[in-house]
Design a protein around this ligand. Structure first.
Ligand code: 4AD
Ligand code: MG
Length: 472
């Protein structure tokens, strides 16, 4: 009988090697060289494969036939190692690998930008194709991956169904108009109607279309059929705000719950945020410790503090009173009816409540058309809106109970000068089996900033899209 060659030895990830419970006579690793130290009789190589923050120390003895390869294993090179996993004699690590075979797959010369020295975050953004190989960004993107999984876990375990809402849309979900146009029309020479205006009926979809700012309206359709749903996908905003908390392309999680009011919505938001923090603490402990050491020394105490306490709740009217009484001078003046600005939000959560706070019942005129009208009290009209504010960031969640009454919704659309014809299907939901319902949107990048302590949204998204930048 023909004998087949033994199967190739399967690769062990550094993470699993570091967590080994016993030595191993044969182990096979692949990864990138972080550092190399040459002594007389051997070389030390720190091997990292991105499976975890820490690298694994590899010792290549100078007597090894492959030792000549070591000279080519500079920082950044990709290598393969066959060897033994043995208990480490040096401090700092439990295991190390004694190489028996050592191969360089891809060299990296001394122009490799991630040599072992501190780089600024700004510089690392310019090399977004290499920065995931740094400790900081490896950690950020492992946490991002884990929390994306935890999002699904949270909702799936609670009987929510995941809905893929469209990315290209003809409706402006927020009625705010900060949308990117999607068109295949020839911009140099677009078709024009008799009135000389561009003829959008000749565009790809037969009408004007955009990248979505939110999946909420389509999410509401599905909540009226499947009861509890969530979306999780990219959203786009053409707002020209060059801040550390705004991106033109970001990911949003939007649950929508039928038979739910504003209080139920706040409870869900709080449970969700706490779930994500707990999950990161449990599954990304080493990465969070790294952030606490190098990014934000108060991170772990703040996360514990947030987990342990109920979030505060405060009406918009109370919030305005608190701000007026604060004795602070504001860049944007505070008065009932004006939108809360970042400086106000940060004061409420960081200085006044010193804890996450949900502000609810905002003036009707400054909020979206779909929010449920509370009626008038003391000459002030409010809607059942809520924003969750957290220390260090400000608004992380925006949501509301939705207006389920047809006549009131039409009044809301009229107030915001929206064309009913464009929202005919949204109005139909109020004509057929309408129910009280509520939902919210969590900005995934803002949540990641909160969990990692990283201060700029550009550093928690693999390839940031902000005004003036769309590299990679
Ligand atoms: O408050 P927003 O605009 O709410 C909505 O879009 C609703 N349709 C959500 C809903 O009720 N289903 O956005 C929700 C969250 C914000 O609280 C913020 O965390 C994030 O999305 N967000 C942004 N994140 C990064 N960059 C931007 N430009 C963002 N705009 C909003
Ligand atoms: Mg908002």
């Amino acid at each position: 009988m023909a004998r087949t060659a033994p199967p190739p030895m399967s690769r062990t990830l550094v993470k699993d090697a570091l967590n080994a419970t016993a030595p191993a006579d044969a182990i096979f690793l692949q990864g990138w060289v972080r550092t190399r130290r040459d002594a007389k009789a051997f070389s030390f190589i720190e091997l990292n494969d991105g499976s975890c923050l820490k690298g694994l120390q590899v010792i290549v003895d100078a007597s090894l036939p492959d030792y000549a390869n070591v000279a080519r294993a500079n920082t950044g090179a990709s290598v393969e190692v066959h060897g033994k996993l043995v208990e480490s004699k040096g401090g700092g690590q439990k295991w190390e690998v004694v190489a028996e075979k050592f191969t360089v797959l891809g060299e990296a010369d001394n122009t490799y930008p991630l040599q072992k020295k501190g780089h600024t975050l700004e510089f690392l953004r310019e090399i977004a194709h290499l920065r995931p190989r740094s400790n900081l960004f490896g950690a950020v993107f492992r946490v991002r991956s884990r929390l994306a999984y935890a999002v699904h876990q949270f909702f799936q375990e609670r009987g929510f169904h995941y809905v893929h809402t469209p990315i290209i849309t003809a409706s402006d979900a927020e009625g705010a108009g900060d949308m990117f146009r999607v068109t295949t029309l020839d911009l140099e020479n677009p078709p024009r109607g008799e009135d000389k205006h561009v003829d959008n009926a000749k565009d790809f979809f037969g009408k004007k279309t955009f990248l979505t700012v939110s999946g909420q309206l389509e999410g509401e359709i599905f909540a009226h059929a499947l009861s509890n749903i969530y979306t999780f996908g990219p959203t786009f905003r053409a707002e020209n705000s060059n801040t550390s908390r705004h991106a033109a392309e970001f990911w949003m999680i939007e649950p929508e719950v039928a038979f739910c009011d504003l209080a139920g919505n706040m409870d869900l938001a709080e449970a969700f945020v706490k779930h994500l923090i707990r999950d990161a603490k449990e599954h990304c402990a080493a990465d969070l410790e790294f952030f606490a050491k190098f990014v934000d020394k108060d991170l772990l105490t703040r996360l514990d503090f947030v987990l342990e306490r109920p979030f505060q709740r405060c009406s918009y009217t109370e919030a305005v009173a608190i701000l007026e009484k604060s004795g602070k001078t504001w860049e944007h003046p505070v008065s009932w009816g004006a939108n809360l600005q970042a400086e106000h939000e940060r004061y409420l959560t960081e200085e006044h409540f010193k804890c996450p706070v949900t502000v609810y019942n905002y003036p009707r005129a400054i909020k979206a058309f779909y929010m449920r009208q509370n009626g008038e009290a003391d000459g002030r009209e409010t809607v059942a809106a809520m924003d969750l504010l957290v220390p260090g960031i400000g608004e992380i969640i925006g949501g509301s109970q939705r207006e389920e009454r047809l006549d009131k919704l039409r009044a809301g659309m009229a107030l915001h000068h929206l064309d009913e014809k464009a929202y005919w299907w949204y109005l139909d939901l109020r004509r057929y089996g309408s129910v009280p319902h509520a939902g919210f949107g969590l900005g995934f990048e803002r949540m990641l900033m909160f969990v990692t302590g990283v201060g700029n949204i550009r550093d928690v998204i693999p390839f940031a899209r902000t005004p003036g930048t769309a590299d990679f």
